[in-house]
Design a protein around this ligand. Sequence first.
Ligand SMILES: C[S@@+](CC[C@H](N)C(=O)[O-])C[C@H]1O[C@@H](n2cnc3c(N)ncnc32)[C@H](O)[C@@H]1O
Length: 295
Amino acid sequence: MPDSEFLPGLNRPVEADVPQEAKNPAGRTCFELHLGDCVKGMRSLPDESIDLVVTSPPYNLGIAYQSYQDKLSTKDYLDWSLEWTGEVKRVLKKDGSFFINVGAAPANPWLPHELALTLRDHFFLQNTIHWIKSITVEPREGDPVSVGHFKPINSKRFINDCHEYVFHFTKTGEVPVDRIAVGVPYADKSNITRWGHTGGRDKRCRGNNWFIPYETIMSRSKDRPHPATFPVELARKCIALHGEDPATLTMLDPFLGIGHAAVAAGDAGVSRFIGFEIDEVYYKEALLRAGKANR
Ligand SMILES: C[S@@+](CC[C@H](N)C(=O)[O-])C[C@H]1O[C@@H](n2cnc3c(N)ncnc32)[C@H](O)[C@@H]1O
């Protein structure tokens, strides 16, 4: 695609693709961060060269990004989703993992489900994870405990939306994962000896509800200058669940935003990280954050 062509959702021509390298100081992760359209960028990657994709595309919910217009017709959005995920499928290794985070809004409650169904003929839906942003637990004794943050929905019809989806797609449905790498301690320690599969370890599978609160921030514009990020911890957990030695992995995020997947890759010691972001402001922030990862 020529650089001057308009892309779905973008109200200005795409800037020339300017690859930048920001090798982190510890030298563990080689970051290849690109300013430009991810479909075009992924076309330059070889077949089956990526072990792990952790990403969050625009949700088509009218979010106010710097330049991307997040309001396509459902058909255009799903056609475009097939286009970019088609490139993901081509570059993903046979035993690779593709984690895609997507949320809904009262105005478009079907979006995550429509996206997952659109991908049904192309990937296996191996796991569905709920990213819980806030929850109230009512213990048998004592007061209810509320944790996490959410954006309140003031409505007579809708309840507050405190979760998003993370769909774990693979090419075969049979990719082994490391459940224990993201495991939790047993509440009842007698289970450690009762079950042979524990190997004496106080760790069990966490299940598919991942409580990951947003960090508390003092200044939105300084601390999180982007309207739709996932926490670094979400990407960290996806890397750990994929389970291979991070030092052997090439990881991709086609929708880099301000680079939280890149930071998680740096923290985990992923060998090579490739990212694309179409907006120059977010891209520069991602370069800064990736550069600081692992310092
Ligand atoms: C949901 S946000 C990703 C946020 C990211 N996970 C983070 O935590 O910072 C989606 C991003 O995709 C970018 N984007 C939209 N269309 C794109 C395209 N064709 N290629 C690359 N990036 C694009 C938007 O500018 C936006 O920053």
